[in-house]
Design a binder for this molecule. Structure first.
Ligand SMILES: Cc1cc2nc3c(=O)[nH]c(=O)nc-3n(C[C@H](O)[C@H](O)[C@H](O)COP(=O)(O)OP(=O)(O)OC[C@H]3O[C@@H](n4cnc5c(N)ncnc54)[C@H](O)[C@@H]3O)c2cc1C
Length: 535
């Protein structure tokens, strides 16, 4: 096998390297206690078959490197969107839980939690209830067939009940639903008497972490999990974590470990492996630490990683300055060229922009286009008021001019080029048919750019998250390469794969968080043996 630049491994000896090669074939031997300093970097021989740094399982720390040992039923690893709900559901079902968290606080990148199958959908804007035929078809179509449909089904049908269980079991919790994309709901949360600096489901997670510590749970902050412990039968029986002072803690579990460590976006080597297009793009997560630790730890105990390119939650400036990104208005690249059908799904829009020079684009509108907004029914619907438009101008991501040529000058595009593109597009609007990219006439009719003032909105790509997860079944049990369940190991949220396929279907707004929260709680149900029952 061709040996690449990845032949330099930290904390991995020759024996471990060989073990990892076996692990790739689905039978990684159990990691053994170290006999020497596990942190010593070791050169592999040039004949090694190891390609990526995580291919080689490091040795477990020696007993004298362990500063503390904890015994529990369930260890939850990672407190973001998925972890807190898992911890709470487990504790409320009588389980003793220890949680390891890499940061000094719980942290989830985004809090918008989208769910399906809620009770009383008609009360919140779905008079006919859920159209599960269309929803399930849409979700599986979005994955190019590369996913586990039973898992998707489980997440869809359990998501509403999961958030409603949280609402009903958190004293003072208020849950409100907001209709999204015309077919499912976002969740708005408030908890009486609880002030949180977090957003959305983060408010709930934050409350849970506080509650857990006051009610017999243990949370070890600033203690990232580094390895899983297996017994002779191959079952996972615990976790090693590393404290800020460099020593290790050992958490022994009787029931299971649930990995909720999020995605791989901060690990450039993993991006190179699973989603090289993301390298160099800005990250929108406020905190680092999404290093693909579940992939590493899982791989070292023989877990299979989903066998598709990572799905990237590719976005456009998320700091509130891209309010109109979901609307299919004329869009040009930085050369003033139109390059896509603006009416495609939002995840495809972001991918089309990714492939333009400098990953940037401009939406061009006139002063009347907001009038059409109520007629659109898409992800990321904007505010339909001119204040929002003027707000973007004021903050410098929007531009305003009395003529298209003047607008072009402001954004550094050749005026005659932009004028020609706008005139051609207006011709399509007038005839009701887009002969270039066939934007749906139902959108086209609202998209004419005719009466000034004219506006341009500037957008660039960035990453919310990049998921390459451990393969799980529809109970979130982690699977080995041969499809067998690895006893004692579950994964949820972005640490788990098989859900979204080669791209994240952003059109189902909030379902990244929604499936994470749901998955964590389903993992606990699986441990309890109640996965087919209500929460
Ligand atoms: C700016 C932004 C906005 C977003 N908005 C939305 C939205 O509105 N709706 C939506 O659905 N999705 C959104 N997303 C994506 C969403 O945040 C994630 O999909 C979701 O948080 C995944 O949940 P998770 O629990 O799997 O991982 P995370 O929420 O990322 O949590 C993982 C946690 O594990 C911890 N961790 C990592 N490694 C270890 C380790 N080794 N040991 C212990 N702890 C570890 C991390 O510190 C982190 O707190 C957004 C993302 C970003 C960045």
């Amino acid at each position: 096998m061709d040996l690449t630049r990845r032949n330099f491994l930290k904390g991995a000896g020759m024996a471990a390297g060989a073990a990892a090669v076996a692990g790739l074939a689905g039978c990684a031997p159990e990691a053994q206690p170290a006999t020497s300093d596990a942190e010593t970097p070791t050169e592999l021989s040039s004949t090694s078959d190891v390609r990526w740094s995580w291919d080689a399982a490091p040795e477990l720390p020696a007993d004298d490197q362990i500063s503390e040992t904890y015994d529990c039923d369930i260890c939850v690893v990672g407190l973001g969107a998925a972890g807190p709900g898992a911890m709470y559901y487990a504790m409320k079902n009588g389980k003793k839980v220890v949680a390891l968290q890499k940061l000094e606080t719980m942290h989830n990148g985004g809090g918008g939690c989208g769910v399906f199958n809620t009770s009383d959908p008609e009360k919140y804007g779905l008079p006919e209830g859920y159209d599960f035929q269309t929803i399930m078809q849409g979700l599986v179509d979005a994955t190019c067939g590369k996913t586990n449909h039973a898992l998707i089904r489980r997440m869809v049908f359990k998501s509403g009940p999961a958030v409603e269980w949280l609402r009903d079991n958190i004293p003072g919790a208020n849950l409100d639903y907001v209709l999204l994309s015309g077919d499912h709901f976002g969740t708005a949360w408030a908890i009486d008497g609880w002030e949180s600096t977090k957003d959305g489901i983060g408010i709930v997670g934050d409350w849970i972490c506080n509650w857990a510590q006051e009610n017999g749970g243990t949370i070890l902050y600033e203690t990232p999990a580094t390895q899983l412990i297996k017994d002779d039968s191959g079952a996972v029986t615990g976790v090693i974590g590393q404290t800020a002072d460099g020593s290790y803690v050992r958490v022994n579990t009787t029931d299971g470990v649930i990995l909720c460590t999020g995605d791989i976006c901060d690990n450039e080597e993993m991006l190179e492996r699973w989603f090289p297009e993301a390298i160099g793009l800005p990250h929108f997560n406020a905190r680092d630490g999404l290093d693909g630790d579940a992939v590493k730890m899982g791989t070292w105990v023989g877990a299979a990683i989903e066998p598709v390119a990572a799905n990237c939650q590719l976005h456009l400036d998320v700091a509130g300055n891209a309010q109109f990104k979901g609307v299919p208005w004329l869009t040009v690249n930085n050369k003033g060229e139109r390059f896509m059908n603006e009416g495609q799904w939002f995840e495809f829009v972001t991918n089309s922009i990714l492939h333009q020079p400098n990953h940037e684009c401009y939406q061009i509108i006139d002063s009347h286009l907001l009038e059409g907004i109520p007629a659109y029914n898409r992800a990321f619907m904007p505010p339909d008021n001119m204040e929002a438009v003027e707000g973007m101008v004021a903050e410098g991501t929007g531009f305003k001019a009395d003529s298209i040529e003047e607008l072009a000058q402001q954004i550094g595009i050749d005026p005659s080029q932009l004028k020609a593109v706008v005139d051609r597009f207006n011709g399509f609007v007038d005839q009701g048919a887009d002969e270039d990219y066939f934007l749906d006439p139902k959108y086209l009719k609202y998209a004419g750019i005719k009466e000034g003032p004219f506006y341009a909105f500037h957008y660039t790509n960035g990453i919310n998250c990049v998921d390459a997860g451990l393969l799980v079944d529809d109970q979130m049990r982690v699977l080995a390469e041969d499809g067998q369940v690895i006893p004692g190991l579950w994964a949820a949220g972005n640490a788990s794969g098989g859900m979204f396929g080669p791209d994240y279907p952003a059109r189902y707004l909030g379902f990244s968080v929604g499936r994470s929260v749901t998955g964590g709680m389903v993992a606990v149900q699986s441990i309890l043996g109640t996965v087919d029952e209500d929460f």
